[in-house]
Design a protein around this ligand. Structure first.
Ligand code: CA
Length: 236
């Protein structure tokens, strides 16, 4: 990759925006700032971003609504989005994950954690490769086709739009059919070891993934007391 990944930061508080910008620019990313969701969404209509950092509490359209619009638009449906939240209420975070946010960072955050999370998301999408080969080739299982190179998933021949994290989760499970993974193992596989995220967030990602996979949703099987696995060979 020769070009720098571009990051859109939507945040109304100037100090926090500056802090985020400063740290990401220093890491070599190209950063674009917007102080309202309206401006950020407008920017995305005309420009390409590799990832969005989206504040939850914004004047006008708030972060949750902005996320909803980003996901509803075909051109940004799978764009990685990390929510930046001042409130640590579970309900908000869960709502965002259910709407397809890929991750979240709670304020106050350490710049190092923020950069690590951005890097992890970019790695998942193949935008940043640091010697890992997480990008799968094409896999077909039952009525589900996953195209790793194009980042596309089809169920019964119809396109399904997954968030970057949902895609990575599905790819990981499909690459290892019938193998049961603990929640912690899945978190390690998706984010790297030692990543601070709760088991509950994997459950939320699985719920979202199942919903989007429609008739193939129950191929992502819960193994009670253990974790999850990809059940192969359905509708074959
Ligand atoms: Ca704010």
């Amino acid at each position: 990759m020769t070009t720098k990944a571009s990051i859109l930061v939507i945040e109304d508080e100037r100090d926090i925006r500056d802090l985020i910008s400063y740290n990401l620019t220093r890491e070599g990313y190209s950063v674009r700032e917007a102080d309202t969701a309206e401006k950020g969404l407008e920017y995305l209509k005309a420009h390409k971003a590799d990832i969005v950092l989206l504040d939850m509490m914004l004047p006008g359209i708030d972060g949750i609504e902005a996320l909803r619009r980003i996901r509803a638009d075909k051109s940004t449906a799978v764009l990685p989005v990390i929510m930046v939240t001042a409130r640590s209420e579970d309900a908000d975070v869960v709502a965002c994950l259910e709407l397809g946010a890929d991750d979240y960072v709670s304020k106050p955050f350490s710049p190092r954690v923020l950069v690590a999370r951005v890097r992890a998301r970019l790695r998942e999408t193949g935008r940043e490769r640091e010697g890992d080969e997480t990008l799968p080739e094409s896999i077909t299982s039952g009525n589900v086709e996953l195209d790793g190179a194009r980042h596309e998933v089809r169920v019964d021949g119809k396109d399904v739009f997954l968030s970057a994290t949902e895609f990575a989760l599905l790819a990981f499970l499909m690459k290892n059919p019938s193998h049961v993974f603990s929640r912690q193992r899945l978190i390690d596989a998706l984010h790297g070891p030692g990543y601070p995220v709760t088991d509950r967030s994997i459950d939320v990602q699985v719920l979202g993934l199942r919903k989007k996979l429609l008739s193939a949703g129950d191929s992502v099987e819960t193994v009670r007391g253990v974790g999850y696995r990809w059940k192969e060979g359905r509708n074959a």
